[in-house]
Write a protein that binds this ligand. Structure first.
Ligand SMILES: [Zn+2]
Length: 340
């Protein structure tokens, strides 16, 4: 039975409720307590490892009504709870909007993913004006790599002359896509992939049953966000099915096997939301990496799998959309098969 998983969310109760990320939290807590926190922070690291959660926890620390002796937020006062519930008016999240796009602005099946300049102007015009005395305002820019050139430049003006008691946290898993001028204005804080045990524990706290949590965490590359998505049994089964078929195609003697599976796979992936091709290819990369490790005593086999894992990584890096996936997957499979 594919019963939907019960979902619970762990409340944000100060920095201590952010999983792992010891050095990032330590740095932030120290900077905050010593009054040396930069106006603009850049939280960079893989998706789904707690960057935005940490930004909210940090905001809690700055406005908590009964802060703990170490500077962490209490997590229970009215402001802490309002921030956790995303109802605190001075924690503002900027993110892309899809509703402003017209048909012409969409290329192919993809929605243009940009934070448009109107969002920044609206922020400057309406949200940055009034701040109650003694309060602190936090602007969280979600997926900051989606700032386009004009919104980056508009934001830059604010970063150069920030309003009093206002902090910016730019959150991204693709820091290299930000304008250098924006990046150089920010204090960079790096977030690491979560340990697998931590991901399993997060899934359990989300109500995912243990065996599924373990399986989903295995393929999540240290990302709780991805693990939560992976813990949908039907989706996980489909992805593992494609993984198996791709691996089988490498062993098949039938000449057209690779073309057939590449076509079927990319067709199925394009019918689904998100970066389905990428997710399955990342699973394939992980598969070869595991094989290389488990074949460590056999140098030849191990190096074949390592080379395959490398090839999949290159394909992942070269893919920019599901649209050209079929050819990329096909040529990847041919090259994988030829690794000897
Ligand atoms: Zn509090």
């Amino acid at each position: 039975m594919l019963d939907p998983q019960p979902r619970k969310r762990e409340p944000i109760e100060g920095l201590r409720s952010v999983r792992a990320q010891g050095s990032a939290k330590e740095f932030l807590q120290h900077a905050l307590v010593s009054g040396r926190l930069a106006t603009a922070l850049l939280f960079e690291g893989p998706e789904g490892v707690g960057k935005e959660r940490c930004a909210r926890a940090l905001a809690q620390c700055s406005v908590c009504l009964s802060r703990l002796p170490d500077g962490d937020a209490c997590g229970r006062c009215a402001t802490c709870r309002a921030i956790d519930a995303e109802k605190y008016p001075d924690v503002i999240v900027l993110a892309r909007t899809l509703d402003v796009l017209t048909q012409q602005e969409q290329s192919g099946n993809e929605l243009k993913s940009e934070i448009v300049v109107e969002k920044i102007r609206e922020l400057q015009r309406e949200r940055l004006v009034y701040l109650p005395h003694g309060s602190t305002r936090w602007i969280i820019v979600r997926d900051a790599h989606e700032l386009n050139a004009s919104s980056s430049n508009a934001l830059l003006k604010t970063l150069e002359e920030p309003p009093a008691n206002t902090h910016f946290v730019l959150v991204t898993h693709r820091p290299s896509e930000l304008l250098v001028t924006v990046r150089s204005r920010c204090q960079r804080v790096r977030f690491a992939p979560l340990p697998e045990a931590e991901v399993i524990s997060i899934l359990s706290a989300n109500g995912v049953e243990p065996a599924l949590a373990k399986e989903a965490a295995k393929w999540a590359e240290g990302s709780a966000g991805r693990a939560v998505a992976m813990s949908d049994p039907a989706l996980l089964a489909s992805r593992k099915g494609w993984l198996d078929r791709l691996i089988q195609a490498l062993r098949a003697s039938k000449p057209g096997a690779i073309v057939d599976v590449a076509e079927a796979f990319s067709k199925d992936a394009s019918a689904r939301e998100g970066d389905e091709v990428l997710v399955v290819l990342e699973m394939l990369e992980r598969y070869f990496r595991d094989e290389a490790i488990s074949a460590a005593t056999d140098a030849r086999r191990s190096s074949i799998h390592a080379a395959r894992s490398q090839l999949v990584r290159q394909t992942i890096a070269s893919l920019d959309s599901n649209l050209k996936a079929q050819m990329a997957v096909e040529s990847m499979l041919v090259r994988l098969r030829d690794v000897r």
